[in-house]
Design a protein around this ligand. Structure first.
Ligand SMILES: Cc1cc2nc3c(=O)[nH]c(=O)nc-3n(C[C@H](O)[C@H](O)[C@H](O)COP(=O)(O)O)c2cc1C
Length: 400
């Protein structure tokens, strides 16, 4: 199927549900109703006590927006560039593994919606759509995210396949030398996924998700273990055991040299790491704590962003993710120096709520919120954002 100007029309019920969603939080509620618990927890959960997951949100709430009066905001500019490419809004769809578990439209649905919104989708190494299939199904722009696999032959293959399929940038995620421990997944028995009486009964209570699952092709990891499609339990175990925990800066240098386009390093939380990455030749760093899914109790990304922006200067671009749920969150990140934000769950909630049309809805809501926030702030362009638009709150509400 080729990308079209609109998502395949969803059924009456889904259309009605999506029309009633007026925020990402609404889409989350809708996804939660539509999906069985095992799949929803995979999407929604964070590591261990989910402290970082919660603090990512608190960090955004820790800033207030301070408007300027009497500014002409008849036209508000949302477009920017990332890695030299114009995007219509400062949002990129983050790499997320196995998303056909959320809706069988999966990566292709998300990437087509990103294209319609005028932005980039990043395919994960552990995506549930192959590098080649996604390039055929979505016009892009696409980036490819790698985890370093113990089998370096396979890793070299990822790079060659992504290059041959026209992926513009390579993104290496470095916050996952070993898998994080998401206890919700363990309780829901999704890690490794397996059928218990409880999950079977719960799945039967979600017939639209179940029908979608039964009608779609078997879900697997076609880029890394094409032969094991459908065997989710084994896939989780094998993929986790295949991650290489010995990766160091020398591997980054090697990979940057192998890839002849822009290179992005994702999962940086220290200024000195960002500086060193730029010395190794990366074009952008993503300040990310993996949406609170890897090491719990690391700082919220918004807190460490200014130090990283200062360390990198104008030698590379700084992007941010983890906790972005509102257009105003994007405004805050840009005001503190990010060039753009990546979103993970915000578009996945849309996917879970209504497939491809749901991702369209998530991106349209974020776009509208971003435009409205800028207009109400009296800021005519994302390029005009800086720290002067923000005020830090103390927990008691006073200025710090
Ligand atoms: C279900 C799910 C799967 C993810 N899989 C990957 C992955 O395969 N590779 C990766 O680099 N990051 C992965 N991430 C992290 C996202 O790329 C991104 O950093 C994170 O979702 C940002 O936080 P947010 O969800 O609060 O927006 C995943 C996130 C989620 C929610």
């Amino acid at each position: 199927m080729k990308a079209s100007d609109s998502a395949p029309a969803p059924g009456f019920w889904t259309r009605r549900q999506l029309a009633r969603c007026h925020s990402v939080a609404d889409l989350r509620r809708c996804a939660r109703r539509r999906m069985p618990r095992v799949a929803f927890d995979y999407l929604d959960g964070g590591a261990e006590d989910e402290t970082t997951l919660a603090r990512n949100r608190e960090a955004f709430d820790g800033f207030e927006l301070v408007p300027r009066a009497l500014v002409d905001v008849g036209k508000v500019e949302l477009a920017t560039t990332v890695l030299g490419q114009r995007i219509a809004l400062p949002l990129v769809l983050a790499p997320c593994g196995l998303i056909r578990l959320i809706h069988t439209g999966g990566e292709a649905a998300a990437a087509r919606a990103a294209h319609r919104a005028g932005t980039v989708h990043v395919l994960s190494t552990v995506g549930s759509t192959s590098i080649e299939e996604l390039a055929r199904e979505a016009p892009g722009p696409l980036w490819y995210q790698v985890y370093v696999w113990k089998d370096r032959g396979l890793l070299r293959g990822f790079l060659e396949r992504a290059r041959a399929s026209g992926y513009r940038a390579l993104c290496l995620t470095v916050d996952s030398p070993v898998p994080g421990r998401r206890e919700r997944d363990l309780r829901g028995r999704t890690d490794p996924p397996g059928l218990t009486l409880g999950t079977a009964l719960d799945t039967l209570r979600h017939p639209r998700w179940l029908l979608d699952w039964l009608r779609g092709p078997a879900i697997g990891l076609p880029n890394v273990l094409p032969e094991r499609a459908g065997d989710l339990g084994a896939l989780g175990r094998i993929a986790s055991a295949s991650l290489d925990p010995t990766v160091t800066w020398a591997d980054l240098e090697w990979m940057v040299a192998q890839w002849d386009g822009p290179f992005v390093l994702k999962g940086v939380l220290r200024a000195e790491d960002a500086r060193r990455a730029v010395d190794c030749g990366v074009a952008a760093v993503v300040v990310s704590n993996h949406g609170g899914r890897q090491l719990d109790r690391v700082p919220p990304t918004l807190d460490v962003l200014p130090g990283i922006v200062e360390a990198v200067g104008d030698r590379a671009e700084v992007l941010l993710d983890s906790g972005v749920r509102r257009g105003s969150d994007v405004v805050k990140a840009l005001a503190l120096g990010a060039r753009a934000c990546l979103v993970g769950r915000s578009y996945l909630y849309g996917l879970g709520a209504g497939g491809e049309a749901g991702v369209d809805r998530a991106l349209a809501l974020l776009r509208a919120e971003l435009a409205r926030t800028l207009a109400l702030l009296g800021c005519p362009s994302v390029a005009d954002l800086d720290a002067s638009w923000l005020r830090r709150r103390t927990p008691a509400g006073g200025a710090r």
